[in-house]
Design a binder for this molecule. Structure first.
Ligand code: BGC
Length: 811
């Protein structure tokens, strides 16, 4: 706790607390207020019947509803009700289609409403700092503007159905390694310009009902205890008037969280924190008014959920699931991105097609962890292709590899080659097996399974018409990219991934996607790779602003496929752009003509380049975009509006956004490297920015990083002595700790289903959850069996015995 109680405001004046809720709070005894600011169980809030307050459910997740009726977990372990599995966020971001994402949001909201869920825990919009981030499939983009706009569209859609959305994970939560307690070291300007801007846009454009704080620390402070993030920035600066909840089991100091602006703890910690909150109130460390505000926000949300529910009729599940499946198929096609094509695509729906790859039968369609959806149905490419060809052609299928492991036998490869012989075209479906991508752990490399690469090599050597389709939640290395005649990625396309890819292959749907992240040639080239998931307890964002295309375009290191890239089956002509307006308030109007013979869409992207900045800036940054759908021969205008923030930088010295006077170039592009027109403009402005030295390369040296941070680069927190954030894995460094960790792991393993068929990724996620579990979680999850006082004693004993045995061994 670091702030005096005197800073508190009463609930009646606090943003996000209604008069009615403030009235209820005033009538509650302290113990009731403490009870209400923590969940009742894994997914539900507490009720207060005497005051007319019902409990409500909050549940995952970003691309489909994951409502568990039985045992609750956040690892994708136990069953959930059937729900439409939409494409994951990595695919949704690739649509660049705001109205379409509003439709998806509305469908998610409808299913949640039908299942009586009050708040859906999504969208996730953390920046893809590094392509190996384990949860990148759950996030929208490497760019904050695209992330923010797409997230806002989803939120508007969800909330249009009277269900709350939840922006997560706030903030700077960009890796899974050591995820419950890693400390993100990031400078203020980078935090603002890269990691907070998406949240800011989504808050301002969609007024989400809730925000979820991240597990990690930021510059030494737990995200859920940062008053700067949760109150000063989120509420006072951006105008957020909803509720902030913890991520599941993220609480580190509940009283400090309440003071910071963290309203609801989830899931229930069975009263584990109550005595600590009482003590903080008694000592004056926590003001009663802060507790009242948190409680007022929980009550406000409960009343809102109840009022929305009372005012709407339930949806019809049969038509709802049919309609949503059709929408999922349309969205998956709209996300599908054509990376290369020599004209082989679209395919003629006749002749003999060799379809190779087990993903044709067992689609790879979503990632592991808390977002895992129990799909209402599952389309396969194999069945869809056979039905599409009917009597006009033949599909010769060979699995080529094992869908779950990605391994292949020589016989499987030989069978695939035999299938290709005599085929008019080969469609090879490869990608990342499910176990490669999950919440809970990062990837250790970007390679496809060796067998998939072997198939690509063997088939492209054997046949001169090979189309490779990819299923994956994040970029992969593609040293083979020049070999096939076309490459198309469906990302992770959800339950209709199998049918949507066939729609695109035959041109029944266009490949509507454009990359929402850069695909590097090799991961070693990108600056964040030097400080990513490679040290316990800390990660240093030494690349600063140079994430994704901001790095590639500024430092002249071409990506294999750049941000914004995606080919079309038709062609577009971009006319002369017009820029109207004054000062920083400008409208860019770009005429676009579909010059081909098919309907299609393109995404007009507007990047801003500052020609004479005081501060070092990325060569260009996306400041607006619009997806234009056009019939053959038709012309339409892409209209993009710019405002002050389109030109501004965050001046850390004065803690303000500033747009300097000078010359700016507006670059109109179809990707970050395919700029088709430019326009210059001059701004006049009184804004003055304090100069700051640029780094010599994209990776700051110790000295440069210290200058960016404005202090010495902090040392990572040592693993010993143990404390609340120590993980069960850390304990293994001492003798007694090892014994204790062993006993704990045994107890936990017993609690895990013994199902031999448990999928690899679920087992891997669970294992990672267990080893990364902080000690404080033991008290929170013990259902009252282990108090924090006992945990304190336990930690003291573990530390004392380790110290004395260390001393003894030194003697
Ligand atoms: C995840 C959240 C999720 C929550 C509930 C956490 O582990 O980080 O994204 O909403 O569990 O399942």
């Amino acid at each position: 706790m670091n702030a005096p109680a005197a800073s508190a405001v009463s609930p009646a004046q606090a943003p996000g607390v209604t008069v009615q809720a403030a009235g209820i709070v005033a009538a509650l005894p302290r113990s009731e207020k403490i009870r209400l600011v923590s969940g009742a169980d894994f997914w539900n809030t507490e009720a207060a019947e005497a005051h007319g307050l019902s409990a409500f459910m909050l549940t995952d997740g970003p691309h489909g509803l994951r409502k568990q009726n039985g045992t609750g977990d956040h690892a994708g372990l136990h069953d959930s009700v059937p729900a439409t599995c939409f494409p994951t966020a990595s695919a949704l971001g690739s649509t660049w289609d705001v109205p379409l994402l509003e439709e998806v949001g509305a469908a998610l909201g409808r299913e949640s409403r039908y299942e009586e869920v009050g708040v859906l825990l999504g969208p996730g919009l953390n920046i893809k700092r590094h392509p190996a981030g384990g949860r990148n499939f759950e996030y929208l983009s490497e760019d904050p503007l695209l992330s923010g706009r797409m997230a806002a569209a989803l939120v508007r859609g969800i909330q249009s159905e009277g269900v709350g959305a939840c922006l997560k994970h706030y903030a700077a939560n960009n890796q899974e390694s050591d995820r419950m307690r890693v400390d993100t070291i990031v400078d203020e300007r980078t935090l603002r310009e890269i990691y907070l801007t998406g949240f800011e846009i989504a808050v301002r454009e969609s007024q989400p009902w809730t925000v979820m704080c991240a597990y990690n620390l930021i510059n030494g402070e737990h995200a859920g205890e940062s008053r700067m993030l949760l109150t000063d920035v989120l509420r006072d600066e951006w105008g957020f008037d909803g509720l902030v909840m913890t991520d599941w089991i993220a609480t580190h100091d509940r009283a400090a969280g309440i003071h910071a602006g963290l309203d609801l703890e989830m899931p229930s910690s069975s009263g584990a924190w109550d005595a600590r909150i009482e003590a903080a109130l008694e000592s004056g460390e926590l003001a009663e008014a802060d507790l009242d505000v948190a409680c007022g926000r929980v009550i406000t949300l409960a009343l809102k959920v109840a009022a929305e529910r009372a005012s709407r009729l339930p949806a019809d599940p049969v038509t709802m699931h049919d309609d949503h499946h059709a929408l999922a198929r349309r969205v998956a096609a709209a996300a599908t991105t054509l990376l290369t094509n020599d004209g082989t695509l679209p395919l003629a729906p006749r002749g003999r097609i060799a379809l190779v790859g087990a993903f044709a039968e067992t689609p790879r369609h979503q990632g592991g962890g808390s977002s895992l959806v129990n799909s209402t149905r599952m389309d396969t490419a194999l069945a869809t292709m056979r039905a599409r060809l009917g009597g006009a052609g033949e599909v010769v299928y060979a699995p080529g590899y094992d869908a779950a492991t990605g391994d292949a036998t020589d016989a499987q490869i030989a069978h695939a080659l035999a299938a290709a012989d005599g085929a008019d075209v080969v469609v090879l479906m490869v990608g990342l097996p499910t176990s490669f991508e999950s919440e809970g752990y990062d990837r250790s490399h970007l390679d496809l399974p060796a067998s998939h690469e072997r198939l690509i090599q063997a088939l492209t050597a054997r046949h001169d018409r090979v189309v490779v389709t990819l299923s994956h939640g994040a970029p992969v290395h593609m040293p083979w990219a020049d070999a096939p005649q076309a490459i198309v990625t469906g990302h992770l396309g959800g339950q209709a991934a199998g049918s949507a890819i066939v729609d695109v292959l035959f041109g029944d749907a266009e490949p509507g996607g454009r990359l929402a992240e850069s695909y590097p040639v090799h991961v070693r080239e990108i600056p964040s790779d030097h400080h990513f998931a490679n040290a316990p307890t800390q990660v240093q964002y030494r690349e600063g602003l140079y994430v994704g295309y901001r790095f590639h375009d500024t430092f002249g290191v071409p990506a294999r496929f750049p941000f914004g890239h995606g080919l079309s089956y038709t062609s577009f002509e971009i006319g002369e752009p017009k820029v109207t307006g004054r000062g920083t308030s400008r409208t860019v109007t770009v005429p676009v003509t579909n010059t081909g013979d098919r309907a299609g869409s393109t995404v007009v992207q507007v990047y801003v380049h500052d020609r004479e900045s005081t501060l070092h800036r990325p060569a260009q940054e996306l400041k607006g975009f619009v997806k234009v759908h056009l019939e053959p021969g038709a012309t339409g205008d892409a209209v993009v509006r710019l405002d002050e923030r389109s030109f501004a930088v965050y001046d850390a010295a004065s803690a303000a956004w500033k747009a300097e006077a000078g010359e700016y170039e507006l670059r109109i592009g179809l990707s970050s490297t395919r700029i088709v027109a430019t326009k210059s403009l001059r701004l006049t402005s009184d804004d003055v920015i304090a100069p700051a030295p640029a780094t010599a390369s994209a990776i700051a040296t110790d000295k440069e990083f210290a200058a960016m941070l404005g202090r010495l680069v902090p040392e990572p927190r040592p693993l010993f002595p143990f404390h609340y954030d120590s993980t069960i894995d850390d304990l293994k460094t001492t003798w007694l700790g090892r014994r204790f960790a062993g006993a704990l792991s045994g107890i936990m393993a017993k609690a895990m289903p013994t199902d031999a068929d448990m999928p690899d990724e679920v087992r891997a996620t669970m294992t990672s959850f267990l080893v990364n579990m902080p000690l404080r979680a033991l008290a929170m999850m013990s259902e009252g069996r282990l108090s924090f006082a006992s945990l304190d004693r336990l930690i003291r004993v573990l530390n004392a015995t380790a110290l004395s045995s260390r001393r003894a061994s030194r003697r």
